[in-house]
Design a protein around this ligand. Structure first.
Ligand code: ADP
Length: 498
């Protein structure tokens, strides 16, 4: 197959979130499976300054944006440690800026124009290079116009006769919503400005556009794929997603190779499923020392790393902590940054209970690795979680996750109830109702097992550490989805021709 990725972010060229990690890893795995693949993304200022070699291509783009013709160039490089080509759409007026999407907490006014240009320029470059993709894998709202162009203007055009499209939703909360007159910038016919395609409560919605026109839609976990069809987690998009549910799939992200306790250079001792009992305690001691906590191996250490945002369940965590810090013999290791009110409460608690709470407010990749390795329990009681990475890191590092069963957390953590324990597939603890009582009961079960049933605990750790959360496993699922989407698209086209 020939699979072309279109994305606004890709590690190591530009990143604001998880989308960049997916687009930096998945194309390489697809190439390893024997397919032809490449990546298209904008040439941002940070991309050009990343110290990577770029080759300018002899292509001069002339793109119609409303009444204007905007020119552009194309630069070529590769994903590191691979032969996967990366094509960077270069237009300094749009992309030579200090940040990707906005400044001073406000989106750029011309975002619709910038990404309409990117989508058209991507398709024109494919045409020029004769790429003839079997499938264009589009990611988030910034690429939502590509499925629309492929289904309308480019349908049946030379080079696109057999091209199908997949739209992946990494974060449904960001939809690319603009005022209706921005339809003119897209160049799409006004007939598509209707509630089934591009219109959303009177405005233009580019994610909805992608969902409406793509041959297939995916998101980053099977449970989230179900949840986004409900009013509770659908962000207003639940109806169109329900309408397209026959073509909606969830595929869990893989985790990056840098998260491997056997080779991790950031942790005090390396280990795997065969020798964690020997080496993980060293990681625990070093972490306790680093955070100023008493160096005790007998006390359960609960780790948390992440954004201090409501989504991550901080209101529940703080309510529970204020009680547990007074009375429970457990330690907490917390690393995060985010909403100021959470910073304040945590700082106050850390001052009152320095023997039980080790707190670092900031972003620190090395410490994140140390917390994953040194903790016994990892806590993630999220309100919603499209995929979640930290619970997968925890499982791999032998740190038992305690999670709320939502999105990717529900798909990766198997609660240690009696039947899962006897079946040998329990790897953590989970609860469903979003309230502090359910959290407390579940965390109590985890602490109780750690304190009193070490044999069972070791069984959970071993089960988690032996699971495969690699990109190679996720890429196989994407490969199947690509094959199915391409076959369905061809069958539908054939039907049209006949
Ligand atoms: P989300 O994308 O919603 O923030 P994920 O669990 O999918 O949550 O991914 C978060 C990633 O960012 C993980 O790799 C986590 O280790 C990292 N991270 C988040 N906050 C911090 C922090 N304060 N310091 C270091 N790494 C962090």
């Amino acid at each position: 197959m020939n699979i072309v990725f279109a994305t606004s972010e890709c590690v190591p060229f530009a990143k604001t979130g998880g989308l960049a990690d997916v687009c930096g890893s998945l194309p390489k795995e697809i190439a390893r499976l024997g397919h032809q693949t490449c990546v298209f993304m904008p040439a941002y200022r940070q991309t050009k300054l990343a110290g990577i070699d770029f080759k300018p291509l002899d292509i001069r783009l002339e793109i119609a944006i409303n009444t204007e013709t905007v020119s552009g160039n194309v630069l070529q490089t590769r994903l590191p440690q691979s032969n996967v080509p990366v094509f960077l759409i270069d237009q300094p007026k749009y992309f030579d800026r200090a940040s990707l999407y906005g400044e001073n907490g406000k989106d750029f006014d011309d975002n619709c124009q910038r990404f309409a240009f990117f989508c058209r320029a991507t398709l024109e470059t494919m045409r020029f290079l004769g790429l003839k993709p079997d499938l264009i894998h589009c990611n988030d709202w910034q690429t939502g116009l590509i499925p629309a162009y492929v289904a309308t203007e480019y349908a049946g055009q030379p080079g696109f006769e057999d091209t199908s499209t997949l739209m992946t939703i990494h974060n449904l909360a960001y939809q690319g919503v603009f005022w209706h007159w921005d339809m003119l910038l897209t160049g799409m016919d006004w007939k598509h400005f209707n509630w089934k395609e591009m219109e959303f409560y009177g405005q233009l919605n580019l994610l909805k556009t992608g969902i409406a026109f793509a041959d297939a839609i995916s998101t980053v976990s099977p449970t989230y794929a179900e949840e986004i069809q409900t009013a509770e987690l659908g962000c207003g998009m639940e109806n169109i997603l329900r309408h397209r549910r026959a073509n909606l799939t969830g595929i869990i992200n893989g985790i990056d190779e840098s998260w491997n306790p056997k080779t991790d250079p950031h942790i005090a001792a390396n280990y795997d499923a065969s020798d964690w009992q020997l080496h993980k305690p060293k990681c625990k001691r070093v972490l306790q020392k680093e955070l100023g906590l008493p160096e005790r191996l007998d006390v359960p250490l609960i780790g948390l790393v992440g954004r201090l945002a409501q989504q991550k369940g901080w209101s529940l965590i703080l309510e529970l902590m204020s009680r547990w810090l007074e009375s429970m013999d457990v330690q907490w290791a917390i690393l995060g940054t985010g909403q100021p009110e959470y910073h304040d409460t945590l700082e106050e608690l850390a001052k009152r209970f320095p023997e039980r709470l080790g707190l670092i407010l900031g972003f620190d990749n090395q410490l994140a690795h140390q917390i994953e390795a040194g903790s016994d329990i990892f806590l993630m009681p999220s309100e919603y979680e499209p995929c979640g990475l930290n619970q997968m890191y925890s499982l791999k590092y032998g740190t038992v996750p305690v999670v709320r069963a939502t999105g990717g957390l529900a798909d990766t953590v198997v609660d240690a109830d009696t039947s899962a324990i006897s079946a040998g597939n329990a790897n953590g603890f989970s609860f469903s109702p979003y309230n502090v009582e359910a959290l407390e009961v579940t965390l109590n079960r985890a602490v109780g097992m750690y304190n009193d049933y070490q044999d069972l605990w070791k069984q959970l750790v071993n089960t988690g550490m032996r699971q495969d959360f690699s990109w190679a496993a996720s890429a196989k699922r994407y490969e199947q989805l690509y094959e199915k989407t391409i076959a369905q698209h061809r069958a539908a086209n054939k039907h049209l021709v006949n």
